[in-house]
Design a protein around this ligand. Structure first.
Ligand code: NAP
Length: 355
């Protein structure tokens, strides 16, 4: 069995990790940390875990690192800046690290410091970290010691663009015009479990608002995904507009693209189907179908639909996922499976919940 620890088990991605790993056949959760709920059983705080988990939250203070070093893998479901303080000591002890925050996502130190307003604690380790999108980085993940689990919006954006950028590279010609517009919506759980006025029931219910329009932390991650991960031969300008919508879970990203003359000639439906036909968690919907967020709720699936206008000049890629699963904890478990040479779908092959 793989001995796992979860740091930050009281948050929304933390409880999602407990839910997923508790039924994973190859994993035992041996340490669950929380500073605010230390000493309490997880199922006291989350009754959904009654009968599923006997775990108790612990705060070992100075002893935390020593306890984490006894595990095989540590998941950090914490705010940005926490994992990078301990990752070096953990990897030196042979422990693998999956960070759900942004400490190991951006390879550019300048970008990290600009967007997260703090210096990076272990720049050398960052260079060896692998960006945790298995559908693109599977080979590197199998050798990785540290994985930067992607942000939720970038997961939808990068996977929504992958077939297009890859085909541009193969054909060595522009198929889309340089400007990419990503209009994205997230459920409220995307902002975490901490109490904040803007996330109150009365503020978020029956309401719909944009945020981060002049600049959002996920923009450089999406740009990095296009330039480095997908190795685009062409430059693109990304306009990213996130919104908060009155639902608990779910994310819907609409990617708007203008096609070049060469791009108009492409059969985009087949291109997407061919690109993802071997991916267990990516579902390309039949032509003409619109995805909805409840079709992926509580599952690790990401569904994509490709729509082209009648003049064939515009392509819209619609992507849905559960922000807490494929957008966070599920993807982290998928990454762990790859890191440990397990079947990638282990512990993740369950149907979404409807209604
Ligand atoms: N929510 C999403 O949909 C989503 C999607 C993708 C990625 N993420 C990223 O995943 C991470 C966790 O997100 P979340 O939504 O689960 O956040 P959350 O609900 O706010 O939970 C944060 C957790 O971190 C712990 N924590 C806070 N400060 C800490 C510190 N200094 N040291 C150790 N533990 C600390 C908290 O527990 P105690 O205070 O009890 O210690 C809590 O359990 C964030 O970096 C977030 O950006 C979230």
């Amino acid at each position: 069995m793989i001995s796992a620890a979860i740091v930050g088990g009281t948050g929304y991605t933390g409880i999602e990790l407990i839910r997923l790993l508790s039924s994973h056949p190859e994993v035992s959760i041996d340490l669950l940390t929380s500073r605010s709920e230390a000493g309490r059983r997880a199922d006291e705080i989350f009754p959904s875990l009654r009968g599923i988990s006997d775990l108790v939250f612990s705060d070992l203070g100075d002893e935390t690192l020593t306890a984490l070093q006894k595990c095989d893998v540590v998941f950090f479901a914490t705010p940005h800046g926490v994992a990078m303080q301990q990752a070096e000591a953990l990897t030196q002890a042979g422990v693998k690290v999956v960070d759900l925050a942004a400490d190991f996502r951006l390879q550019s130190l300048a970008d990290f410091e600009h967007w997260y307003q703090q210096p990076h604690a272990c720049p050398d380790l960052l260079k060896t970290a692998v960006y945790g999108l298995p559908e693109i980085n599977r080979d590197k993940l199998s050798e990785a010691l540290v994985v930067g689990n992607p942000g939720c919006y970038p997961t939808t954006a990068i996977l929504g663009l992958k077939p297009i950028i890859e085909l541009e590279n193969v054909q060595a010609e522009r198929l889309i015009e340089p400007r990419i517009v990503i209009d994205a919506k997230s459920g409220v759980s995307g902002a975490g479990r901490q109490a904040k006025l803007a996330l109150n029931y009365a503020e978020t219910t029956d309401n719909f608002n944009a945020y981060g329009v002049t600049g959002h932390r996920h923009l450089p991650e999406i740009e990095q995904g296009i330039e480095q991960l997908l190795s685009s031969q062409f430059s693109h300008r990304v306009r990213f507009l996130p919104h908060l919508v009155p639902m608990i879970r779910g994310m819907f990203s609409s990617i708007h693209l203008e096609l070049t003359e060469a791009g108009k000639a492409i059969d985009w439906q087949s291109t997407f189907e061919d690109s993802y036909h071997q991916e267990a968690f990516i579902d390309v919907l039949p032509a003409g179908i619109y995805p909805d967020t409840r079709s992926v709720r509580a599952s690790n699936r990401l569904r994509i639909a490709v729509h082209q206008n009648n003049e064939r000049s515009e392509l819209t890629v619609l992507v849905v996922q559960d922000n807490l699963v494929k957008g966070a904890a599920g993807q982290a478990v998928q990454n762990m499976n790859v890191m440990f040479g397990l079947d990638e779908t282990l512990g993740l092959n369950f149907a979404p919940i409807v209604p």
